[in-house]
Design a protein around this ligand. Structure first.
Ligand code: GDP
Length: 525
């Protein structure tokens, strides 16, 4: 029997961060192939009918070629259990991505060899840096002509202020791409275009002077490889595991995801170097993963994943202990005991009820709307998880049902979506319609589509004269009452009933702040 510590030690919970089109989906697919989680490539972003039939709002995704739903994929490979948390790449959905990053221990940063670091890579990297998430870099698409590998390393080093260490080194590029030399293990992995995705065994070498290499590589490319590696060993520091774990250094792998090249080495690298579940901070104390008692927090809610079931799943990261099916946990926010009858885990496209799960794992908890992002589950302790980001809604519009008789239904739908965390909603004191606030404009399209397909309510979003929403609070109830009475029509309530000030423009906001110095205005809740 394996001990709790052994179970935890073999877990790797990670996400892939990338600018759209760098190859995140392709890499995910190939990683799952290694885990035997899927039989055939092409299933993650299934072009097939099954996925299409799932939910109409995914049409938004198909039409725009982006991935808007994020999920969890668990698979085993070479003695490790990997939990890969998928993150939507489009910037309008970065809110979801940021929350997902609060639930991982490490990240893979995928770069397109031709494009290097792009805008979204930079943003996501900043989030990883804030959380000290260690990063392994995968430079993708070596089968195409791209930038010089030294330039790519320089770019990572300079723009991200990270120490870089090549873990492998490409031999040629584009049409001349012959494979990679694994610098950590002194092995040669050859690339054979004609073999498609089939993997070639890596060839052990005694070093770069190994005479085998002369037979395996063209003389000019071998000479270049030797020269490059001499330079690498002179210029870059040796790999320092501690420095990687602290987020100061990134090992860099090269490959071609679509050709399944370099993916095995990357996965082995994650197994070998990426951290097992790390401690989690709460307001009260730090939780260590091998504590006996179970603690977990909800970082994502997804409703209506399957329209047939009208279900709602809270994704919870287990932070400590061994979770068992049927366990009774304290839902801290409600102060109530909750029996988790059917905890789910996700294996590629399938979800299964699981008997047990360990720190580092993500379980899905089906529920009827009582769980929220940030909720804590414990065996009795009161804990408040910190660092699950909340974003200020920057774009605000009024939601109106095409059919006025459906206003009530629309209200219910919006409240559910707000609980899911996809939008903020505000009910102004004098307007029967909800004002909806989002971070990126594409979210309005998704909302419109989801409300139409999942709740069968045709809905429109209209411009409103609201520039910003600010949650208001005050220690002095009399002052708060005065504020609400004076500001009247500019005061709304969010779906929890908490007061929010809706400013018409920046002058209105500043003027009101000046008039009510005792009131606190907050852009996030
Ligand atoms: P995502 O937006 O980051 O999820 O990117 P995708 O995985 O969807 O890939 C974007 C495009 O790049 C697709 O057309 C892929 O087929 C292509 N692609 C992915 N990996 C490679 C690669 O190694 N080489 C080449 N030439 N194309 C690739």
């Amino acid at each position: 029997m394996t001990s709790l510590k052994q179970e935890i030690d073999r877990r790797r919970t990670f996400a892939i961060i990338a600018h759209p089109d760098a190859g995140k989906t392709t890499l995910t697919e190939k990683l799952l192939l290694f885990g035997g989680a899927i039989q055939m490539a092409g299933m993650v972003k299934a072009k097939g009918d099954r996925r299409r039939a799932r939910s109409d709002w995914m049409k938004v995704e198909q039409e725009r070629g982006i991935s808007v739903a994020s999920s969890v994929m668990t698979f085993d490979y070479a003695g490790h259990t990997f939990n890969l948390l998928d993150t939507p790449g489009h910037e309008d959905f970065s809110e979801d991505t940021y929350r997902t990053l609060s639930a991982v221990d490490s990240a893979i940063m995928v770069l397109d060899a031709a494009k290097g670091i792009e805008s979204q890579t930079l943003k996501l990297f900043e989030v990883c840096r804030m959380r000290d998430i260690p990063i392994i870099t995968f430079i993708n698409k070596l089968d195409r002509d791209g930038q010089d590998p030294f330039d790519l390393l320089d770019e990572v080093e300079n723009r991200l202020a990270l120490d870089v260490v090549p873990a492998s080194w490409p031999i040629g590029m584009g049409r001349d791409f012959k494979g990679c030399y694994d610098l950590f293990n002194d092995t040669l992995v050859l690339f054979d275009r004609s073999k498609g995705e089939e993997l070639l065994a890596s060839i052990e070498c005694s070093g770069l002077d190994d005479p085998k290499l002369d037979q395996l590589l063209p003389a000019d490319q071998l000479a270049k490889l030797r020269e490059d590696v001499e330079m690498i060993r002179g210029v870059y520091p040796a790999f320092n595991h501690q420095s990687y774990l602290e987020g100061h250094m990134t090992p860099v792998f090269f490959g071609s995801a679509v050709n399944n090249f370099g993916v095995r080495e990357l996965l082995q690298g994650i197994g070998k170097y990426a951290p097992s579940p790390r401690p989690t901070k709460t307001l009260q104390r730090e939780i260590t993963p091998d504590e006996n008692k179970v603690t977990a927090f909800v970082f994502k809610i997804q409703a209506n994943m399957d329209p047939k079931h009208r279900d709602r799943i809270a994704f919870a990261r287990i932070c400590s202990g061994k979770f068992k099916k049927g366990m009774k946990l304290l839902h801290v926010r409600h102060g109530k005991q909750l029996v988790i009858h059917n905890p789910l885990m996700f294996f590629a496209q399938d979800r299964e009820t699981v008997e047990e799960a360990f720190a580092g794992d993500i379980i899905g908890i089906p529920n009827h709307g009582n769980m929220r992002i940030g909720d804590a589950l414990t065996e009795g302790e009161t804990l408040t998880f910190t660092g699950i980001p909340s974003f200020a809604p920057e774009l605000l519009q009024r939601a109106r049902a095409d059919d006025p008789l459906k206003a009530k239904h629309l209200s219910a739908a919006l409240e559910q979506l707000a609980e899911e965390g996809v939008a903020r909603i505000f009910k102004p004191s004098i307007d029967p319609n909800w004002i909806v606030g989002v971070v990126g404009s594409l979210q309005f399209d998704v909302l419109m589509d989801r409300i139409r397909s999942e709740y069968n309510i045709p809905v429109k979003f209209e411009q409103v004269e609201v520039y910003a929403a600010r949650w208001v609070s005050c220690d002095d109830p009399a002052e708060m009452k005065k504020f609400v009475d004076t500001m009247g029509s500019a005061v709304a309530n969010d779906h929890d009933g908490d007061p929010v000030f809706l400013a018409r423009n920046s002058w209105h906001l500043n003027d009101t702040k000046d008039k009510f110095p005792k009131i606190q205005f907050s852009a996030t809740k």
